[in-house]
Ligand binder design. Structure first.
Ligand SMILES: [Mg+2]
Length: 263
């Protein structure tokens, strides 16, 4: 795994990789369905919001503001334009509630970042509303761990290519970690980079894909805590190989890495 790669930059997705996000969107979805329960069953309303959101992605992008506008549009469609303004206000309130949620880090995130810091350049690569992601990063207390923050309008191959160019990093030296196969993994593998998928317990329907990659540059983990083990095994093995071939890496550095891995 990652044997022939020399990973220098590790990039993390943010929502549902570093902190909780999808549960807040599900709560808003349930409230919206409840608001319209006189008109349509919840699963139908939910499907209509999804369709509206996906249709509007090219215009609004990812994030809470796009969700609210899509909900208002769906509200109009379901009520044939007869919804009163109090209902629109409720929808806006659903969005504000998400924007005021606390940032809840996933288990093990801080410990892993602490371990990797100084050994790799750490980056955040996330979609979402600019202001909201800035707020979450600030409130997360994680900002100091990162060399660079990239808030992206999309996560397709071309977007990652642009990011790597900006970071002056070759594809083989880059590793992306995230919960979405569609956004965090498949485009990164296509580019020739490395990727680790850490599924979150729930995923937005639009991010779901059937295809599970088969590649020696890909791995799936159950939790972010396992990451430390994986990347440090890789680093330590490489260090030992370099020692055996008389390369310049110091014995002290390898021992430090082993110690780090074992802690
Ligand atoms: Mg995510």
């Amino acid at each position: 795994m990652f044997k022939d790669q020399d990973i220098q930059i590790i990039a993390f997705d943010a929502d549902d990789t570093l902190w909780e996000n999808e549960p807040y969107f599900r709560e808003a979805d349930a409230l919206f369905c409840d608001l319209l329960k006189e008109h349509l069953p919840p699963h139908v309303v939910s499907q209509l919001i999804l369709e509206s959101q996906v249709k509007n992605l090219p215009l609004y992008g990812y994030g809470v503001k796009g969700l609210v506008l899509s909900m208002i549009e769906t509200l109009g469609e379901i009520t044939n334009g007869k919804a009163d303004f109090a209902m629109v206000e409720k929808v806006m309130e659903f969005g504000k509630t998400i924007l005021n949620k606390p940032v809840v880090l996933l288990d093990g995130v801080t410990e892993v970042l602490e371990s990797l810091r100084g050994h790799y350049r750490l980056v955040v690569a996330t979609k979402g509303d600019l202001l909201d992601q800035e707020r979450k990063l600030k409130n997360s207390g994680l900002l100091d761990y990162f060399h660079h923050i990239e808030i992206m309008s999309n996560k397709k191959v071309a977007d990652y290519r642009k990011l790597l160019k900006h970071l002056d990093c070759k594809p083989e030296n880059f590793m992306m970690i995230g919960n979405s196969l569609r956004s965090d993994i498949l485009p990164v593998l296509e580019l020739g980079s490395n990727a680790i998928h850490i599924p979150f317990h729930i995923t937005w329907a639009h991010e779901m894909v059937e295809e599970v990659p088969v590649s020696d540059q890909f791995m799936q983990l159950d939790s972010i805590s396992e990451l430390e083990k994986i990347v440090f095994i890789d680093k330590v093995e490489k260090g030992l190989e370099q020692l055996n071939t008389g390369n310049t890496i110091s014995h002290t550095q390898v021992k430090e890495d082993v110690k780090h891995f074992g802690k």
